[in-house]
Write a protein that binds this ligand. Structure first.
Ligand SMILES: CC(C)(COP(=O)(O)OP(=O)(O)OC[C@H]1O[C@@H](n2cnc3c(N)ncnc32)[C@H](O)[C@@H]1OP(=O)(O)O)[C@@H](O)C(=O)NCCC(=O)NCCS
Length: 139
């Protein structure tokens, strides 16, 4: 798998991948999420390409204090080959190059199985209450 920045030509494939990976939600329009990301640190929106096909994504950002990862996804047919590990390693490398001291990520409550993947990558669950407030509705 070759890791490279997302380009607009990847849009349809990436949305299909996110749907196949169960990452889309009615309140998050993936097209709007992509369009917004292309306005802020677009080089940190990573895709993994294999045999000409996009099979993985990781949307990464640095807010000046913490780095964040969203939309980590690997095509179901390509899982278990270390692709998410490789994407996360590249994301961490890019964040360190920007001087980012810590990387954070959110796991949906119903997706606890993936916690063991992150533990495998040396992430630790933190005693934090995550709170959010929608500022711009997508619907
Ligand atoms: C989670 C996901 C990205 C993992 O991708 P992957 O390329 O298969 O992961 P890797 O091959 O790099 O796996 C790394 C390690 O974590 C383990 N692992 C991977 N996915 C796991 C899961 N869902 N549950 C438990 N362990 C998992 C692997 O066994 C592997 O361990 P090993 O090296 O000892 O064998 C992929 O399953 C996916 O796209 N899931 C749906 C979307 C999702 O949940 N994304 C995360 C949102 S927070």
């Amino acid at each position: 798998m070759r890791v490279r920045p997302f380009t607009e030509d990847d849009t349809e494939r990436v949305i299909r991948l996110w749907n196949d990976c169960g990452l889309t939600r009615p309140w998050n329009d993936p097209r709007k999420d992509i369009a917004r990301k292309l306005t802020v640190q677009p080089d940190l929106f990573l895709v993994g390409e294999h045999a000409g096909d996009v099979i993985a994504t990781a949307m990464i950002g640095f807010d000046g204090h913490r780095g964040w990862v969203s939309y980590l996804a690997v095509d179901p047919e390509h899982r278990g080959n270390g692709h998410s590990t490789a994407l996360m390693a590249e994301g961490e490398r890019l964040l360190i190059a920007l001087g980012c001291p810590k990387i954070m990520l959110m796991v949906r409550a119903e997706n606890t199985a993936v916690v063991s993947l992150y533990e495998h990558l040396n992430y630790v669950a933190e005693p934090t209450v995550l709170m959010g407030k929608r500022l711009i509705p997508d619907q």
